[in-house]
Design a protein around this ligand. Structure first.
Ligand SMILES: NC(=O)C1=CN([C@@H]2O[C@H](COP(=O)(O)OP(=O)(O)OC[C@H]3O[C@@H](n4cnc5c(N)ncnc54)[C@H](O)[C@@H]3O)[C@@H](O)[C@H]2O)[C@H](O)CC1
Ligand code: K
Length: 237
């Protein structure tokens, strides 16, 4: 199955359209994005493969998707924990955090130790608004993830990758190739550099909006919020 990619600028504009024209709130979009991330985790790493899931969340909405996913994973019977080194100011993130704390999902400080004991990692650090060189503390965090012996699912883009141009040429992230990637709404151009399992999620697009941005409407099956799509040997979708 092939799906067209969307640039970072169009992805931001598409979200704006959904909220300003389509009647959506950010909470709703993030809830469906995070729900699809949790379903992708289930498909890749079902609970009988190990229940300890470490969700690493960044300061923006990509991190918000991770917080939502962690909540769903707790309800599915996993034992998620969250590493959230730089919480964003938006009150939405504070509410998502409270929801996790009331479920007794731990927010951990010792990332290095958590990496050694986790069964699976969700990279919800940066999505389509990432740009430039990694600023502290994220350079070291990405370096630890890429050298850890654990399967990773990246949310929307492998964190540290340029959304257009793919992995950095050197430094943290240069060797980062997650086991799986879930693109939200539509793949981002950096997927051309990606080799691994590839999912699409964010089941809320309408034909009007896919036509406006020249995208394909994924053919989700039944009640699934996530669909696995392929990437060929040359990185084409
Ligand atoms: N339509 C959908 O599918 C939806 C997707 N969602 C998710 O939202 C992100 C995009 O969120 P946004 O808040 O715009 O940005 P990010 O989370 O990618 O990052 C912003 C955050 O990162 C900081 N930052 C940027 N570059 C750097 C750097 N080089 N070093 C350190 N820090 C950096 C920046 O300052 C901000 O704090 C999308 O990918 C989806 O995952 C939504 O949930 C809604 C619907
Ligand atoms: K990410």
């Amino acid at each position: 199955m092939s799906l067209k990619a969307i640039s970072a600028t169009d992805a931001a504009s598409l979200d704006k359209d959904l909220m300003e024209i389509g009647g959506w709130s950010l909470d709703q979009l993030m809830e469906l994005a995070g729900l699809s991330v949790s379903q992708a985790v289930w498909k890749i790493h079902p609970p009988n493969a190990g229940k300890n899931i470490l969700v690493v969340c960044g300061p923006g909405n990509n991190g918000g998707d991770g917080l939502v996913a962690a909540r769903h994973l707790a309800h599915y019977g996993y034992t998620p924990s969250v590493y959230y080194p730089k919480q964003g100011k938006n009150e939405l993130y504070q509410r998502l955090r409270i929801q996790l704390e009331t479920l007794s999902v731990p927010f951990i400080d010792d990332f290095q130790s958590a990496l050694k004991t986790t069964d699976f990692l969700v990279d919800a650090i940066f999505g389509f608004s990432f740009g430039g060189a990694l600023r502290d503390p994220f350079g070291e965090i990405v370096r630890q993830i890429e050298s850890a012996n654990v399967q990773v699912l990246s949310v929307d883009a492998p964190s540290s990758w340029d959304i257009q141009g793919g992995p950095p040429k050197e430094g943290p992230g240069a060797k980062f190739m997650p086991h799986a990637l879930i693109s939200l709404s539509a793949p981002k151009p950096c997927v051309a550099f990606y080799r691994g399992r590839h999912f699409i999620g964010g089941r809320f697009l309408t034909k009007d909006i896919t036509d406006k941005y020249g995208l394909d409407l994924p053919k989700y099956q039944g009640i699934d919020q996530v669909l696995e799509i392929g990437v060929d040997a040359e990185g084409r979708l």
